[in-house]
Design a binder for this molecule. Structure first.
Ligand code: IPE
Ligand code: IPE
Ligand code: MG
Length: 257
């Protein structure tokens, strides 16, 4: 459905790219006196809800933080439960996502996953590579600092090999070596679970992203909460370092004074 069908959002101010930290699974389960793994399972349902919402609103790209490079340090049984859930999701959800025109990509250190999971990730990417309705990026074993370090390493290797001069390195070239190269930077960032921090998500890419936080725990996510984030986004003035007059002049088609 095109964004114009959204009753409450200002037309034209739907984010092109939404980035989400899906946080609060463990607390959701603990509130119910259940093991944390149950919270992760419930969280997988919220992932589907979020994808449906983006498809419905005509959002072009969705980047979900599923597992950070630091999350490997959690107790082995929790990491194991999460790996099982990834594998199940890869087995169960890819067909339907493909049918709906979703292009799936995984960002992060894929080498740390078991062979079977890696193979499924490769398969899902290859299978959906031609889709253009929604670019879905799953950040798994991802860290923003690691992303930046990998880009720097690649550029340094090119300089050392004589393929590149240090003076050639600018923001655009650096960006082209990061995990989300080729996509517009996220317009809107949402974190559920009540904490107000980035937790090593997309550090380079979030430079001018609008940030939105909610107390709602990820498994309790509903479309109304996502709509509140979109409505708030539509009401904000993004200035990118300019003055309000410059920005509103540009929006009215006037040249800035
Ligand atoms: C987010 O929920 C999922 C992952 C980090 C894998 P948490 O597991 O961090 O849940 P809380 O924050 O402990 O409630
Ligand atoms: C961020 O949540 C990572 C994911 C949601 C995948 P965490 O629960 O790991 O973040 P902290 O530890 O609260 O900063
Ligand atoms: Mg957490």
């Amino acid at each position: 459905m095109p964004p114009a069908a959204t009753p409450t959002a200002t037309p034209g101010k739907v984010p092109r790219h939404l980035a989400v930290i899906m946080d609060g699974n463990g607390r959701w389960a603990q509130q119910r006196h259940r093991p944390r793994a149950i919270g992760h399972r419930a969280g997988a349902r919220a992932v589907n809800l979020c994808i449906d919402f983006c498809l419905d609103k005509g959002i072009e790209a969705l980047t979900l933080f599923a597992f950070s490079s630091e999350n490997w340090g959690r107790p082995a049984d929790e990491v194991g439960a999460l790996m099982k859930l990834f594998m199940n999701a890869l087995e169960r959800e890819v067909d339907e996502l493909h049918r709906r025109g979703v292009r799936i990509r995984f960002i992060g250190e894929r080498g740390r996953f078991a062979d079977a999971i890696r193979a499924r990730m490769d398969e899902a990417e290859a299978r959906t590579a031609g889709n253009g309705r929604l670019a879905l990026n799953i950040a798994a074993s991802y860290g923003g600092r690691q992303d930046i370090a990998a880009a720097a390493r690649g550029l340094a290797e090119d300089v050392a090999a004589g393929r590149l001069q240090p003076g050639d390195i600018d923001e655009a070239l650096f960006d082209s070596r990061t995990a989300l190269a080729g996509l517009p930077a996220p317009d809107l960032f949402i974190r559920t679970g009540g904490d107000h921090r980035i937790s090593n998500f997309l550090l380079w890419q979030l430079a001018y992203t609008e940030l939105w936080f909610t107390e709602t725990l990820w498994p309790a996510l509903d479309a109304a909460t996502l709509q509140r984030a979109l409505d708030d986004f539509a009401s904000r003035e993004r200035r990118f370092g300019l003055t309000g007059a410059q920005v509103s002049g540009a929006q009215n088609g006037m040249t800035s004074a």
